[in-house]
Design a protein around this ligand. Structure first.
Ligand SMILES: Cc1cc2nc3c(=O)[nH]c(=O)nc-3n(C[C@H](O)[C@H](O)[C@H](O)COP(=O)(O)O)c2cc1C
Length: 370
């Protein structure tokens, strides 16, 4: 159930390296970057989930990990296009998974083909410029044409985008989001899992290339310094309690400052719906970045943690989503001073060693001929 050993990492052909260095800029829950790739050939690649990077308490159904794979695929598609390649993307080529996922089965197989007629995607420059901004947002209103641009950023046939900037709506939702964070952090194991990726005592995540620190969390400057001091001064036995209180307070302030909330909905909740939602979410986020608009996902309310039934239902009623549909992503939108982008693992870290392929299958590396 683990990815193959990493002793002999494959040397990617340059084109894959270039494309993947843009793919890894995709968002993922707690910046876990739960991806691993197998380069099957100069123009063929499989994308897997990396079981070592799962967060089972926070994302017990792997819904969020799959959404992040969708965002990764979207980045890959845009970067391939920029390099002059059409990316043929087959989801779950080993067969459609049910609720459980087999980690040895790829989420997607991607085949590149050269196509000189391709038009570059205008969102390409924002692949590496986009980031989650968790700072407090200003009171600046979001114009109708900005919402239209977000709504037009992807094909809404299977996945839809909703939003509201109405003050009573924002106030009510902010209350539910605070409650959801309280529920999320009421479980000590879930809190421990969260704090293993959000390194509150450090400005930029303790030199690690995953997760993030208090700077990326939105606690920068004097506020960040003060909160780090307060956490350090917290008595040894109460550190988690202090961290929990800080995160709940911060969620309330962040939600209160939203100029609007947006969400991504799918009709089904199969794995391919979740991938599609991830791609759509990424296009909305990239479009927001291209318009100078900040975006911050706030997703605990979407999870079925014990106790979440009531705020979860109130939230669904508020946005008017029928029980047949699934809200895959929820985020606040607004304008803000720049936040801090989080780090990424280098592409080499994602590479699996090549597996054996059948002779004559056209797989990479090619079978030796005598
Ligand atoms: C499925 C999913 C759920 C997320 N949920 C949250 C969330 O609840 N709160 C939050 O602050 N960020 C959330 N994020 C944003 C990630 O933490 C962020 O993408 C990651 O730390 C990488 O940082 P970046 O977006 O700045 O590149 C979520 C992202 C994804 C893909």
């Amino acid at each position: 159930m683990t990815t193959p050993p990493f002793d002999t990492p494959a040397e990617p052909p340059d084109i894959w390296y270039r494309i993947l260095s843009h793919s890894v800029a995709a968002p993922s829950p707690l910046n876990t970057q739960p991806w691993s790739v197998l380069i099957r050939g100069p123009q063929s690649l499989d994308l897997f989930l990396d079981t070592n990077r799962f967060i089972p308490r926070i994302d017990p159904t792997l819904r969020q990990a799959i959404i992040s794979s969708g965002a990764f695929i979207e980045n890959l598609d845009i970067a391939a296009r920029e390099a002059g390649y059409r990316a043929e993307i087959s989801l779950f080529p080993s067969g459609l998974p049910g609720g459980s996922l087999h980690p040895d089965h790829p989420v997607a197989r991607i085949e590149l083909s050269c196509d000189e007629t391709l038009v570059p995607d205008p969102l390409f420059p924002f692949l590496t410029a986009r980031y989650t901004n968790r700072r407090i947002y200003t009171a600046q209103e979001i114009l109708a044409e900005t919402f239209s641009a977000l709504a037009c950023s992807f094909d809404q046939q299977f996945t839809s985008f909703g939003f509201s900037a109405e003050p009573p709506f924002r106030k009510e939702l902010a209350g539910y989001l605070r409650e959801a964070t309280e529920i999320e952090l009421s479980d000590p194991d879930r809190t421990a899992e969260l704090l293993s990726y959000i390194r509150l005592h450090h400005k930029t995540g303790k030199g690690r290339q995953d997760g993030y620190g208090s700077g990326e969390l939105g606690l920068s400057g004097v506020t960040g310094w003060l909160s780090r001091i307060r956490l350090r001064m917290c008595p040894a036995g109460s550190k988690t309690r202090c961290a929990r209180a800080l995160l709940i307070r911060l969620t309330q302030k962040q939600a209160d400052s939203a100029a609007a909330f947006g969400w991504i909905v799918t009709k089904g909740n199969f794995r391919h719906d979740q991938v599609r939602a991830g791609r759509a979410y990424q296009r909305v986020h990239l479009t927001a970045a291209s318009l100078g608009l900040s975006l911050h996902s706030m997703t605990p309310i979407l999870e079925l943690y014990p106790g979440m039934e009531e705020p979860g239902q109130k939230f669904r009623d508020l946005i008017g989503i029928p029980d047949t549909h699934t809200v895959q992503m929820l985020f606040r939108l607004g304008y803000s001073v720049p936040g801090s982008p989080s780090k990424r693992r280098p592409v080499e870290d994602l590479l699996q060693a090549p597996r054996e392929f059948n002779k004559g299958s056209g797989a990479y590396p090619p079978a030796a001929t005598s």
